[in-house]
Design a protein around this ligand. Sequence first.
Ligand SMILES: Nc1nc2c(ncn2[C@@H]2O[C@H](COP(=O)(O)OP(=O)(O)OP(=O)(O)O)[C@@H](O)[C@H]2O)c(=O)[nH]1
Ligand SMILES: [Mg+2]
Length: 351
Amino acid sequence: MAEKTEGKSSPFSFSFTSPNSECNLLSSPETKPVMSGKGKTIIALPTFTISSSQNACPSSEESPWRQVDWSAGRASVETIRSYAPAPDSVPAARVLLVGPVGVGKSSFINSIQSVFYGRVVNRTMVGTSLNSSVSFTKQLQSYQLYSSRERVDESMALVLSDMVGLGETNGLTLHDTLAVIKGHVPDGHTFSACCPVVSDTPGYVKEPSLAEKIHCVVFVVSGLDISSYSDTMKSTLYQLREHISALGVQQVAVLTHVDKVCAKTARDISQVYNGLLLKQAMLKVGDLLGMPLSSIVPVKNYSEELELDPHTDTLLLGALDHILQSVDLYLRDHPERGSAERAVSSASASS
Ligand SMILES: Nc1nc2c(ncn2[C@@H]2O[C@H](COP(=O)(O)OP(=O)(O)OP(=O)(O)O)[C@@H](O)[C@H]2O)c(=O)[nH]1
Ligand SMILES: [Mg+2]
């Protein structure tokens, strides 16, 4: 049981109750003593072992640790459907999904598109390669989201870019990823370890405009693999974070496969913020990427369903809202550049 010797609060000082019958606890929680700077606060952090066969879901507090309006539903769809990037900036928010192979990057795009389409659709190719360490997605592919099924010629002001996954031994390089973020890489480009993106690469964009650059990078990580990444992968992710931060580009992390982490959440997605296992998985994502918990959002992608589920939609929309807020922050921090570029392009258009 988590224990605190002094009444000082800590983000980690949550207590948990004994597992109830709803949540088959697999292994007894071990406790890890943690000491604060001057040794005044001692907190026992509960650690659990996640088994892939049965997923332990010890309940946390009585109330969820993050508040979600599960009834917002269609109202949120309408709000985000009419999203427009900060006035006077770019025609569409451009978001890149980055992450290890098979974590659900392509599925996330399909899931978001499904919410606005009103039924489960697969715009991106989802699957598994024969060699599971090789990414199924091979190219940079950008999708401007359709705003609905009915309004066929209307698109949203949002482009989600899918890309090759980061492999343990192969896959995307840091150099090529940064080239994509800076807007140099043409859509449809097939990545190859032996042919890094250079200025001679066909379609190379020499001077990308703000509209062509990535405004927010979404690190996608799977709840299934969160404890098993190698040191090489951890170092790749850290390096990426450092370089992307140096570019001033906003970043968000999305934790997928939450249904595989916690059985209670698998049955009812609205339980996502009630279980300790998911909170712990999100803390691990924070450790892996060096990100605060407030930058991490959990989702369950549509993977086997044919029908939409309102709670799954709400979680996906919450993640998208978080991403769009980051896009707006980025665009607000780059106002002059956008205005200058438009001034140049309108000048050249009128000459
Ligand atoms: N249960 C569950 N399955 C998921 C989820 N997200 C993705 N999947 C499944 O995970 C597998 C891989 O998903 P993809 O979307 O192809 O993953 P990716 O990151 O694009 O993979 P690569 O392109 O190979 O790098 C597919 O079988 C998906 O159906 C999720 O949240 N829950
Ligand atoms: Mg993919």
